[in-house]
Design a protein around this ligand. Structure first.
Ligand code: FER
Length: 289
């Protein structure tokens, strides 16, 4: 028999359970803190305009921890000048995606091009790596089965991705010039790896963070240390079945008096929310003041 029926049925049930949790949330109870920290992005913020454009390229690096050559997508800003030095935003995808997910769905280059044209951003390089740290890092089959590989990505990010970027791009290699943010599984990764490596990242953003997000005591055993962060941004859509994870994170940060932004978007576990989060988060980072 080529297929194991039990496995197929089990996998199908797991996928359905996960999808239904995200699309038909259980009960979401919004508390008094659960509101927007900023107004929504203006209409058209993600539509290409006649403005100077940054450049998007896919490049490959050697991953020591995975043992393969892996891809990442790099966006350099409009008027990129290789004789200058830039900060870097590492931007992570969700469980169904790869290094291309933001680019294919989230228009990060368009959103940032537009913000640059309005003088609202500090010039930065955006690096979109593949957070599924295993030899087959394509989003194939039952993507939920690849969740453990997302937990291994810190070794690749810290041990290979960042060194590769710092060796090949004109960047400032210190914590004040590194940001880590992502959506869903990538949001969980950003909180876990960002808060676990405050000496490496001064800016951390978790958008609609998934169940891979560590529980608070593990996420941040030393809340005092987190006061060194320049921006800690936690957001989620008000109709997202994963809301409880972000609410739990916010409640802990508040209890421990860790400065952070708690932003509740309008929407579910969807791209309009994550585009809005990128619009907001990108304007908060690498500002000199
Ligand atoms: C889960 C529900 C959602 C889960 C992961 C996700 C690992 C991730 C969703 C995404 O990245 O969009 O139970 O478990």
């Amino acid at each position: 028999m080529p297929y194991d029926v039990t496995m197929i049925v089990g996998t199908a049930l797991l996928v359905l359970a996960n999808l239904s949790m995200m699309q038909n949330p259980p009960q979401i109870t919004l508390g008094p803190d659960d509101k927007k920290a900023f107004p929504d992005a203006p209409k058209g913020f993600d539509q290409a305009r006649d403005v100077p454009k940054g450049e998007v390229k896919t490049v490959e690096y050697e991953s020591k921890s995975v043992g393969t050559r892996r891809k990442l997508v790099v966006y350099t800003p409009p008027a990129f000048d290789p004789t200058k030095k830039y900060p870097v935003l590492y931007l992570l995808h969700g469980i169904g995606g790869t290094e291309r997910e933001w680019l294919d769905n989230g228009a990060p280059n368009v959103i940032l091009d537009n913000l640059y044209s309005e003088g609202k951003l500090a010039p930065m390089i955006v690096v979109m790596p593949n957070g599924r740290a295993r030899a087959n890092d394509r989003a194939e089959g039952n993507v939920f089965e690849s969740a453990p590989a997302f937990g291994e990505f810190d070794k690749d990010l810290l041990g290979s991705v960042i060194p590769f970027v710092e060796a090949n791009y004109p960047v400032v290699a210190n914590r004040e010039n590194r940001a880590l943010a992502g959506l869903s599984m990538g949001g969980g990764q950003s909180l876990n790896f960002g808060l676990g490596n405050i000496d490496t990242f001064a800016y951390v953003g978790g958008f609609s963070s998934a169940p891979n997000t560590f529980p608070p005591a593990k996420l941040l055993p030393d809340p005092e240390k987190a006061k060194q962060l320049k921006v800690l941004f936690v957001s989620c859509g008000d109709q997202d079945g994963l809301m409880g994870i972000s609410q739990r994170t916010h409640a802990f940060l508040k209890e421990k008096s860790v400065p952070h932004i708690w932003h509740v978007d309008t929407g579910g576990h969807t791209w309009p929310v994550w585009k809005n989060d990128l619009y907001l988060f990108s304007q908060l980072i690498f500002k000199k003041s």
